[in-house]
Ligand binder design. Sequence first.
Ligand SMILES: *[C@@H]1O[C@H](CO)[C@@H](O)[C@H](O)[C@H]1NC(C)=O
Ligand SMILES: *[C@@H]1O[C@H](CO)[C@@H](O)[C@H](O)[C@H]1NC(C)=O
Length: 392
Amino acid sequence: MYTWLWTLLFLSMNMGLAQRSTQEAFMLQYFERRIAQLEERLIKCEQNTLRLDQKIYDVSTEVRSQLAGVEVHRTEMKSQVDSVALRVERIERDVEYLETKIPNQPHIQVQDDLLEQQIKEAQKKKVKFTLGIDCSTTLTGVKSMKIVKKAENVYGSWLKDPTKGSVKIYVFSGNKNNTLLEFKSLKSVIEGRPAQARQIHLPFPWQGSGHTVFNGFVYYHKADTPNQILKVHLLNRTVADSMLLPGAGRLPVYALTTHTFLDLAVDELGLWVIYADPELGGNLVITKLDQSSLAVEHSWDTSCRSHNAETAFMICGTLYVVYNSRHGGRSSIDCLYDIHDTIHSQESPVMFFPKRYTNHYSIHYHPKDKLLYAWDDGFQTIYKLGVKSKQD
Ligand SMILES: *[C@@H]1O[C@H](CO)[C@@H](O)[C@H](O)[C@H]1NC(C)=O
Ligand SMILES: *[C@@H]1O[C@H](CO)[C@@H](O)[C@H](O)[C@H]1NC(C)=O
C-alpha cells in the first residue's frame, strides 16, 4: 500500500517535473522572442536616432546656408546704401556746380565760422614765415571756391601756366594718356569749345596727376616706369631731358590717390617733386629739382604721412598735405613741412577746405595768383587762398 502510494507520489512528481520543464522551455522561448523583438526595436530605435541626427544635420546645414544668404543680402544692402550715399554726394556736387552757373551768383563764397575761427587763431599765433626772396606771404586758410567746369573724367589734373605773363591753362584728363590740352585762357576753358583747345601729343604717355608746365616745358612721370621724369618742349614735343629719381616710385605718393607715384609741383622757388618713401615708413619726401638740367638739388624727409593723404602742394618751400578719409569727407590740411623751418605743423591750425564733401585727385598751386587749381571728383575747381604778407 505504502509502496503504491510512494510509486504514485513518485510518478506524479515525475509528471510534475516533466510538465515544469515543458513550461520552462515555453518561457525560455517566449523570453527569447521578446528579447529578439526588443533587439529589433532597439535597432529600429537606433536607426531612427540616426535618421533624426541626419535630419538635424540637414536642417542645421539649411539654416547655415540661409544665414549665409542673409549675410549676402546684408552686404548687398550695405553696398546699395553706400552707392546711394555716393550718388547723393555727386548730386550735391552737381547742384553746387549748377549754382555757380546762375549769373547773379557767379561763385560760392563759403565763409564758415570754423574757418574764420581758424584764421583768427592763426593770426593770434602770429605764425610768421621768414620767406625767401620771392616769398612774402603766409597761408592762413582756404577762403573760397569756384567750380569752373564739370569734366568728363573723374581723374585728371589742370593748372594755369606759372610762367610769368602766361594765362594759358593745361588740362590732363584721366590717369594715363599721351595727350594734353592747352587752352588760351580760363575763359576758353569755361566756354569749353574743343576748337579752343590745342591738343599736344607727347612722345611718351604720362601717368597719374603729378604733371606740371613751366617755362615752355612739360615735366611729367613717364607712364609704366617706376621713377622716370621727362622734360618735353611744348612747341616741338621733343624730349629735352630725362632723369630717374632715386628711391622714388615704389609707393603711390598719397594713399588715397593710387595712380600717382611722382607729384611734380612749381612754387615761388621753382620745381619740386613729392614722393612717398617706404624706407621712411611711407613718409613724404620733397626734392628740389634744378629745372634747367633736371637734376636733384636737395631732398627733405617731411615726416608727413602718406596714409589718408589725397594730394599736396608747395608754397614758398613749404609742403602742405591734404588729408581726407577713404569714403570721402571734408578735406583738410593737416600736415605741413617748411624747408626754412620757420613754420611748424604742431603750431599751425588744421585748415579745412570750404566744402563738406570733397575728393581731390590733384591740386596745383599758382604762385602769382595765390590760387589752387584742383580736380575735385571730376570738377575743375579753383580755390582762393587766404594769405597775409609778412609786413602785416
Ligand atoms: C586721351 O586724351 C584724349 C584727349 O583728351 C581723349 O580724347 C582720349 O580718349 C584719351 N585716351 C584715353 C585712353 O583715355
Ligand atoms: C625744340 O624747341 C626748342 C625750343 O624752341 C629748341 O631749343 C630745340 O632745339 C627744338 N628741338 C628740335 C628737335 O627742333
